[in-house]
Design a binder for this molecule. Structure first.
Ligand code: N01
Length: 550
């Protein structure tokens, strides 16, 4: 097993394969496995020097998954899920990398992977019915099918702060963290941002640094993860019943995970405002003690009814006030300007408690943004904070960023940008009209951002695999969704998303975190089971919504 590989043997090759895949995250690797199983030829390109996708890049201190390990793992192969044993309730980034590498070795994927290579363009040749895919190393490959498994949180973003290049200390971006260990002992450190990446890294960096300044524009709602060594009895119980556990994840969950208090648990289908205050509190408290993201399966109207939402937001705000000793800091940390879960919930280990440390200062930049960076630090409220390092935990150009970094051109040379006219459009979140034989995994207009990505990628990969198998690799084999089908999917997306409280927050869910990005719901909010049914409905199944073989 090797985490960094020399794949120079592929450089500058001009060749022909059946399928090209971009991205060696969990979705891309599973896609490659399916294609290899079919006996088709495949090339996977990956910008990093190893597999793992988001887990390859996000090596910042404290990075770990916030879906329970036994659920955040491939389910398609019973031997794999039986033989792998997680060490913690929520796997850390290094353990997830071990799992990704184990998967690549077990299914002999490396032979068809090319690392350290960025795909720069994918252009459809309508006469040849093939994609011409080019890389930054000058390589080119011709493929019948092109699968973009580029990840929905992979294009890291540093805001264009005034004076960014003037700062002479060390700069770190959480989503491009150096591979060597960084120790902040003896340093004054600034961290900008308080989303999931910051919430995970702040408690660890605070223990190392002389002083940590946290620059917060919008506070997050965070729930204690209650991470710890994986209980072996729990593991045994899950493994003895894994098929049933997976069935419920797929068909009887809202977001693809079902564990609450270590039991598979059905979503609560009651309204938060139709039950007594006691029943409501009991549900919230039980989930608080369970830990992690299980509020996504709490009362059914939490994301559609502001009054219902406020009951949970108040509950969590009170928990924050209990944890933080300084009442003024507690008020700054308790979000008040948006509904809970309208930005993604965070799951933490000692996040709020960290603000009780003497060496941590919270600087609110809500009403007074960072004015500029200087040689020595950054200026806020006309005060210069001199620091040795600045950490940018400033998020991602989510969902569309990584796709847009590739010059994708379909029929008549039209670019995806032109077709999308700002907001992305994709039938079932899998294909765009005018871009035959091109697939997105965990891409726009699917529910990638709102469900367990592992489960969704399995589901989508299996759909794409079936589609490729049905259409085949003949000289003129071709499939694309009709514009009518794409339009009706977009109307359906709008219909199921219009009452969602997600619109009331400025988050990456709606592209509001990137200046200039058109505000639009990037993901499908119809739920996992509804999405599954839409994908496998009669019409889609016989590809009635697609144009095949011109
Ligand atoms: O990014 P974010 P993230 N000036 O966008 C702030 C997944 N994830 O990397 O909210 C000052 O959430 C910004 O402020 P505001 C997970 O899905 C999962 O933390 O825009 N501040 C915000 O506080 C998550 O949702 C895991 O006002 C600026 C922060 O930067 C997603 O990735 C772990 C600013 C960005 O927060 C993204 O999380 C980590 C500016 N100009 C991530 N621009 C787990 O599995 C931005 N900010 C646990």
């Amino acid at each position: 097993m090797s985490e960094t590989e020399d794949t120079s043997r592929f450089h500058k090759d001009k060749e022909t394969v059946d399928v090209v895949i971009v991205g060696a995250g969990f979705a891309g690797m599973y896609m490659q496995h399916k294609i290899q199983q079919r006996g088709l030829s495949v090339r996977l390109y990956e910008a990093g020097s190893g597999v793992g996708g988001t887990w390859y890049w996000n090596t910042y201190p404290g990075a770990r998954v916030d879906v329970e390990s036994v659920e955040y793992s491939y389910s398609f192969d019973d031997d794999l899920q039986q033989e792998w044993s997680w060490s913690e309730r929520y796997a850390s980034q290094p353990e997830l990398m071990r799992y990704a590498n184990h998967f690549a070795d077990r299914f002999k994927l490396r032979q068809n992977m090319q690392f350290n290579t960025r795909v720069t363009s994918a252009v459809y040749d309508a006469k040849k019915y093939r994609w011409q895919v080019a890389t930054n190393l000058g390589g080119e490959v011709s493929a019948k099918y092109c699968v973009l498994a580029t990840g929905f949180l992979s294009s890291g973003s540093i805001p264009n702060f005034d004076g960014l290049s003037d700062y002479s200390g060390d700069k770190y971006l959480t989503s491009r963290w150096p591979k060597e260990e960084i120790n902040f002992s003896g340093q004054k450190v600034a961290i900008i941002g308080t989303g999931s990446s910051a919430v995970q890294s702040i408690p660890i960096i605070a223990k190392q640094a002389d002083h940590l300044f946290v620059f917060q524009r919008t506070p997050s709602f965070s729930i204690p993860a209650r991470n710890g060594p994986l209980d072996r009895e729990f593991e045994k119980r899950v493994k003895s019943d894994y098929p049933e556990w997976r069935r419920r994840q797929r068909y009887e969950s809202r977001a693809g995970f079902i564990s609450v208090n270590f039991q598979p648990t059905a979503p609560n289908d009651k309204s938060a405002v139709d039950v007594s205050a006691e029943e409501r509190f009991a549900d919230y408290e039980m989930r608080w003690q369970s830990g992690g993201l299980c509020y996504y399966s709490s009362f059914i109207d939490l994301l559609t009814n502001e009054e219902a939402n406020k009951t949970l937001a108040d509950f969590v705000r009170n928990k924050i006030r209990e944890k933080v000793e300084d009442p003024e800091i507690a008020e700054l940390l308790a979000p008040k300007d948006y509904p809970i879960m309208a930005k993604r919930l965070c799951a933490d280990t000692n996040y709020y408690e960290t603000y009780n440390r003497k060496n941590v200062s919270l600087v609110s930049i809500k009403d007074s943004p960072i004015e500029k960076l200087t040689d020595k630090g950054l200026i806020v409220h006309s005060h210069e904070y001199e620091v040795d390092s600045i950490i940018f935990a400033t998020g991602f150009d989510a969902v569309t960023g990584a796709i847009k970094n590739i010059n994708v051109r379909g029929l008549q040379g039209k670019s995806l940008d032109e077709h999308w006219e700002g907001a992305p459009r994709a039938y079932l979140g899998l294909m765009s009209s005018g871009f035959p034989n091109l697939f997105f995994l965990d891409g726009p207009c699917s529910n990638g951002a709102l469900v367990s990505p592992m489960l969704l990628s399995e589901y989508q990969v299996e759909w794409v695999d079936r589609c490729i198998n049905q259409i085949g690799i003949g000289p003129d084999a071709e499939i694309e969704p009709t514009l009518k089908a794409e339009n009706s999917w977009m109307e359906h997306m709008e219909e199921v998303g219009k009452d969602s409280l997600l619109h009331l927050a400025n988050s990456w869910y709606v592209g509001a975190n990137i200046p200039g990005k058109p505000r639009a719901l990037l993901s499908y909010l119809g739920g996992l089971e509804n999405y599954r049914r839409q994908c496998s409905s009669g019409e889609a199944n016989d590809y009635g919504n697609f144009v095949k073989n011109r």
